[in-house]
Design a protein around this ligand. Structure first.
Ligand code: FES
Ligand code: FE2
Length: 444
């Protein structure tokens, strides 16, 4: 079974809407463009769904989203991960209505059709009312065309012709690996829960900001001032003159990017630069006592955020030690999932202090950001004659440096991050992907 996307726009129109140094406001406010993004971008390329550690046991399930398309992900009896369309094969009701849980089977509340964790239909009330052709119709739950797991990170796409996940991640994969190393390796990472909140903005506002090294001293001024006045410094003071800092912005393949704070954070000790946290001193004493003074520094540094704003287009953000996921709802509404993480090898104290770090940043700081996202959406929506969003910062300063492996490095306040992902956005919006799901019995 397949769906062909609705193609009404001329390719050239996207060249007009997205130019090298500016973007038309309609890209943020027009429902028709949003609808096309849901097909061409969210269904047409790889999107992140969840981390395998969120489904540790057989029967565990969790809702997830491919843009606005609803799926749920299960761990079957064979311990395999299944990504299933959250839509009953009978008359279309949503089947999985809880965010997460554990179940041996899924019963549609409407007429009681039952599916197993692989989405196979095995129970129909009053089955003898169906004739001989019914079986051949394919009544299992639909599955997206491709599912791939990269080091515990589960991705899916409805595009059977999408490149492999490794090709899609491209030169961003090594940065994901480095982020995972900070968590003690990919098998050591446990995603332990999410704050999910709604922001009245287009999803791209959030993606724009995740690679924005420009806004920090202005948007987060109160946090910086408070830190300075109370504690005489803090781990974000270097943002005051960010372009002179040692934090590069790297534009990566396929719209991915990273703001790398590590050269500043870890130049001496990230732990020492950390703002005060409840439990900090007892934790430091505990670490020194448990592993000894020589080993203590490494453990303390591991409790601090990873120092990376790593953006994997279109919906996955590694920020500090959090995994953030974008779930577009409407052209002007987005859910953001803040997934807290802990380390399997960490004791209770380490994981508690890691959580305190995540509460500090991003959680505290991102409320400033969310306010800006909503104000940008208002500004763009209600002032239509003023048509353009400017993305030209460092466009003409000749500061981009081409490096190895196709990585382009720019000053941290450069809007290269946006120019880079908009190039991919445009490529995808011009494409004509066939989107496909499968309902075959043994589909994988
Ligand atoms: S809609 Fe699900 S059983 Fe009827
Ligand atoms: Fe911010």
């Amino acid at each position: 079974m397949s769906t062909v996307t609705n193609l009404t726009r001329e390719d050239s129109e996207f060249d007009r809407l997205v130019q090298d140094d500016r973007v038309h406001r309609s890209v943020y406010v027009e429902p028709e463009i949003f609808a096309r993004e849901m097909d061409n971008i969210f269904a047409g390329t790889w999107v992140y769904l969840l981390h395998e550690s969120e489904l540790p046991n057989v029967g565990d399930y969790r809702q997830a989203w491919i843009g606005t398309r609803e799926v749920f992900v299960t761990r079957g009896e064979d311990r395999e991960i299944n990504v299933l369309s959250n839509r009953c094969s009978h008359r279309g009701a949503v089947i999985c209505r809880e965010f997460r849980g554990n179940a041996t089977s899924f019963t549609c509340p409407y007429h009681g059709w039952r599916y197993d964790a692989r989405g196979t239909l095995f129970g129909i009330p009053g089955k003898n009312a169906y004739g001989p052709t019914f079986k051949s119709r394919g009544m299992n739950l639909a599955r997206p065309a491709q599912v791939a797991i990269y080091k515990g990170l589960v991705f899916a796409t409805l595009n059977p012709n999408a490149v492999t996940i490794v090709e899609h991640l491209g030169n961003a994969a090594s940065f994901i690996d480095q982020w995972l190393d900070h968590q003690g390796g990919w098998e050591n990472l446990v995603v332990s829960g999410a704050q999910r909140f709604k922001v009245n903005c287009n999803w791209k506002m959030v993606y724009d900001n995740a690679g924005d090294g420009y806004h920090v001293p202005f948007s987060h001024q109160s946090l910086l001032v408070m830190t300075k006045e109370r504690y005489g410094g803090g781990d974000m003071t270097y943002f005051a003159d960010a372009d002179r800092s040692n934090m590069p912005l790297h534009a990566l393949d396929n719209g991915h990017s990273i703001v790398d704070q590590r050269p500043e954070m870890y130049a001496t000790s990230a732990w020492d630069q950390q703002r005060p946290q409840p439990g900090r001193e007892p934790f430091e004493a505990h670490v020194t006592q448990t592993v000894g003074a020589n080993e203590a520094k490494a453990v303390l540094e591991s409790a601090v955020g990873a120092g990376m704003n790593l953006c994997i287009f279109p919906n996955l953000l590694f920020i500090g030690n959090q995994i953030q996921v974008l779930q577009p709802v409407r052209v002007d509404q987005t859910y953001v999932l803040f997934n807290a993480t802990r380390r399997r090898d960490g004791d209770e104290q380490l994981n508690a202090i890691r959580l305190r770090t995540q509460e500090d940043f991003p959680i505290l700081g991102e409320m400033d950001d969310a306010d800006n996202f909503e104000e940008c959406q208002r500004g763009l929506t209600f002032n239509p004659e003023d048509e353009w969003v400017d993305i030209s910062r460092h466009f003409e300063t000749d500061k981009d440096i081409d490096g190895e492996d196709g990585i382009v490095t720019a000053p941290v306040t450069s809007e290269l991050h946006m120019r880079n992902y908009y190039a991919q956005w445009k490529r995808l919006m011009k494409a004509h992907p066939i989107l496909r799901v499968s309902k075959e019995k043994e589909a994988r």
